[in-house]
Write a protein that binds this ligand. Structure first.
Ligand code: S3P
Length: 438
């Protein structure tokens, strides 16, 4: 798919985004090992979660996905408890979804059978040793291909561990917690920073007593606990909202409201940074939905100031740096990003591809080993760019095109369906002129 994005005069109106990707993955995997049938409404029906559905089905679990809108579905998972999974007769294919692969590693570590887990070329480049190492310490056998997929996992007979995570990663945290569900003894997990905490919130909802201290220490003894089935509505994804929020801030005269967004503190890094830059964003109608905070975000265009982003907030906006680039390029003064070397290990090397593709639009961005620097404001000019098979880069380039001079063409834009089907339609409804060609 190719997108042609034309400069927008203004964006206006109300929008909704599909359900949160992280919570949707967790609803599926924790639903599969719950005792009974779970239902998740507004569940994210997209490329990444489709891979998880295939894998969970291949483990013998019945899953129904009933579409209810662009990227939205009602998910029904007929959970069979932690001991109800069956050995897959083929490798479990995770496509490009690292979340699927890393969570499955934790789950498969508990199972008394052997399974092979693989993904497409991009996923085969991403580090898996950081997950394999603690799972091996717990007693699982995990063979990697030089620290990468394909992986062969044989689980069972696990012992909970005391472990210090080398990186603040919710995927690593979740894999260890999943494995602990099938282990003897008490887990103590030391996290270097506040990774997203959806796993803890969901497990508490399922009747599990799991604690997290202010310093990020998580303690938990599974002791053959049963998980209660889930019945909830997935709140809107803050990471998808980030594209609309930045679009409204950077297209002059815009005012939009994005409804029902998850405002969990571990996910609001970009929102806080944009507000610190002077972005007029307000939260309305704040509520709690199944243990997660939710609000409507009201956003208007406004002048932005450069900012320094470093330290703990980086993890709380780890998926938002490609779109943050668009705001930084519009801001007056210098913006510096530090402590973000993890960006080089995402769907693409997000520091390198951001510099490469935005420079085609005329941007000047200075890369650093752990971030980048931008002097703004810079006026972008439309050009032909490509996604590098990275959904968030494709959408960030499209948002950049809305305030560029002349049309911007994004090649390989189909990747956006990995996390935000309906991205184009949502922006069109707000007044953007975007053509989509197969
Ligand atoms: C996710 C955690 C993050 C994030 C990813 C989803 C999750 O990865 O980048 O998109 O659902 O746990 P890390 O845990 O590797 O930082």
């Amino acid at each position: 798919m190719k997108l042609i994005v034309h400069p927008a005069e203004k964006l206006e109106g109300e929008a909704v985004v599909p359900g949160d990707k992280s919570i949707s993955h967790r609803a599926l995997i924790f639903g599969a090992i719950a005792d009974g049938t779970s239902v998740a409404r507004n569940w994210l029906d997209a490329g990444v979660t489709a891979r998880m559905v295939d894998c969970v089905r291949a483990l013998g679990i019945d899953v129904e996905v009933e579409p209810t809108g662009f990227g939205q579905a009602t998910l029904t998972v007929h959970g069979r408890g932690l001991n109800g999974l069956t050995a897959p007769d083929q490798p479990l294919f995770c496509g490009g979804s690292a979340t699927t692969m890393r969570m499955l590693m934790g789950l498969l570590a508990t199972q008394p059978f052997t399974a092979v887990v693989d993904g497409h070329e991009g996923l085969r480049r991403r580090p898996m040793e950081r997950i394999a190492k603690p799972l091996r310490q717990m007693g699982a056998t995990i063979d990697t291909t030089d620290g990468h997929a394909p992986l062969t996992i044989t689980g069972g007979h696990l012992q909970a561990i005391d472990y210090t995570m080398p990186v603040a990663s919710a995927q690593l945290q979740t894999a260890i917690i999943l494995a602990t569900l099938g282990a003897e003894g008490k887990m103590t997990l030391h996290q270097p920073g506040p990774a997203r905490d959806h796993t803890l919130r969901m497990l508490r909802h399922q009747g599990i007593d799991i604690q997290e201290e202010d310093d990020g220490l998580i303690t938990f003894s599974a002791a053959h606990t049963e998980l209660k089935p889930l019945d909830f509505t997935v709140p809107g994804d803050m990471s998808s909202t980030a594209f609309l929020m930045t679009a409204a801030l950077t297209v002059p005269n815009s005012t939009i409201t994005i409804q029902g967004v998850n405002t969990n503190y571990t996910r609001t890094g970009l929102l806080e940074v944009l507000q610190a830059m002077g972005g007029p964003i307000t939260l309305r109608n704040e509520q709690t939905q199944a243990g997660e905070p939710v609000a409507d975000l009201h956003v208007s265009a406004g002048p932005l100031e450069g900012v320094e982003v470093k330290g703990e907030i980086v993890v709380r906006m780890i998926d938002e740096f490609p779109i943050f680039t668009v705001a930084a390029l519009r801001a007056h003064g210098t913006t510096i990003v530090r402590d973000a070397a993890e960006l080089r290990l995402k769907e693409s090397d997000r520091i390198a591809v951001v510099v490469e593709e935005f420079s085609k639009l005329g941007a000047k961005i200075t890369p650093h080993p752990d971030g980048f620097a931008i002097d703004g404001p810079q006026q972008l000019e439309g050009a032909t760019v490509r996604s590098h098979r990275d959904h968030r880069l494709a959408m960030s380039l499209a948002v950049a095109g809305l305030s560029a001079v002349g049309p911007t063409v994004i090649e390989d834009a189909q990747e956006l369906n990995e996390s935000f089907p309906g991205f184009v339609e949502t922006l069109q409804k707000l007044g953007a002129k975007i053509e989509s060609h197969e």
